[in-house]
Design a protein around this ligand. Structure first.
Ligand code: F6P
Length: 349
């Protein structure tokens, strides 16, 4: 067991897009850390902006006790990227030293953990907990928030399907998923969508139109689930045109509408409606599954700190939550493999 200052102080932050289950991680980390290991905690506000600018909040067992069912993050979040800022890493180092913070717990996705990896390489003690509703982090079977997002999307599809059936319309449902189509895949399968379109496989609009026509022909209302990052073959993602964020991402917008236009060109009499679920998928209370996964991720991350196992992230492998090196999680995105696309094709159309 490594030797530490008498009372170890841990700084906690949540970065990137919020997602249900973040508060479960914070709560479990603080409860286990204070009760079992005698740690003290400092909450950093608004992602990496917190340690860069010294923005803090009190984080005690009393403060976190009742936050488990809350959506969002009590710490706030941002897409601040200290690695791209002049003196960003040094500012974090000096905030930690001023506040007597010995180690960081960074709760976030690819971008936040990419920064954590960089800090770890610079000798800062940091552990991670993986967060993304997109479920696109490698080395972990699922990320918390994903289950809630899929449940919200499936509930929405079930409702939209009854309206589609009543009005004999094609219902297009756009869900989040920038580079990976996990939310669309699981939603499409659970909601028995006729067509599911994901970023991993550019779609052939003529094939989609053929499927839609055959669904209509047999008297059903087509239900189409599309990821925000899905593209037509030979086409590109649709976006707002706003400036890239600090991690170089465009703000996606319009995949469902682009699909609608192309479909109506081929099937001019087709009544269609597009529903963009967007941020509805990220808000609100987590499912029981995500509360448990978030809690177990927080416990694992704090145990890693107690054991001096820095530069690692909590990861779900089967039924166990273990620590894996940052590099395993951030080296590449976990996208939907062809075998899963073949599975959904069997039960679609
Ligand atoms: O965090 C991932 C994600 O939800 C993506 O699915 C989506 O494209 C993006 O964040 C939206 O980000 P913002 O909340 O900044 O609009």
């Amino acid at each position: 067991m490594p030797s530490y200052p008498e009372v170890m102080r841990i700084g906690v932050l949540t970065g990137g897009g919020d997602c249900p289950g973040l508060n479960a991680v914070i709560r479990a980390a603080v409860l286990e850390g204070t009760r079992v290991h005698g740690f003290e905690f400092v909450g950093f506000r608004d992602g990496w902006k917190g340690p860069v600018e010294g923005l803090t909040m009190e984080l005690t067992a009393e403060r976190v006790q009742n936050i488990l069912p809350l959506g969002g993050t009590i710490l706030g979040s941002s897409r601040t990227n200290p690695v791209k800022m002049d003196g960003g890493v040094e500012a974090i180092r000096s905030t930690m030293s001023d506040l007597g913070v010995d180690a960081l717990l960074a709760i976030g996705g690819e971008d936040t953990l990419g920064v954590a990896t960089h800090l770890s390489d610079q000798g800062i003690k940091v552990v991670g907990a993986p967060k993304t509703i997109d479920n696109d982090l490698s080395a972990t079977d699922y990320t918390f928030g994903f289950n809630t997002a899929v449940q919200v999307a499936v509930d929405a599809c079930d409702r939209l399907a009854t309206t589609g059936a009543s009005h004999h319309r094609a219902m297009i449902v756009e869900v989040m998923g920038r580079h990976a189509g996990w939310i669309a895949l699981h939603t499409g399968m659970a909601a028995s969508a006729h067509v599911t379109l994901v970023p991993e496989q550019p779609y052939d609009i003529d094939e989609v139109a053929k499927t839609v026509a055959s669904v209509l022909h047999r008297g059903e209302a087509p239900l189409i689930v599309i990821s925000e990052g899905a593209t037509p073959a030979g086409g590109d993602v649709t976006h707002t045109g706003a400036d890239l964020d600090a991690f170089g991402h465009v703000q996606l917008k319009g995949a469902g509408e682009q699909l609608e236009r192309a479909l109506v060109e081929r099937l001019p009499d087709l009544p269609t409606r597009v529903t963009v679920l967007g941020h509805l998928l990220r808000g609100g209370t987590p499912t029981a599954y995500d509360r448990i996964l978030g809690t177990r991720s927080g416990l694992s991350a704090v145990r890693a700190i107690a054991e001096g196992n820095f530069g690692t992230m909590a990861a779900l492998r089967g039924t166990e939550v273990d620590q894996v090196p940052f590099a395993d999680a951030t080296a590449r995105l976990k996208t939907v493999p062809p075998a899963r696309l073949a599975e959904i094709a069997q039960v679609s159309g």
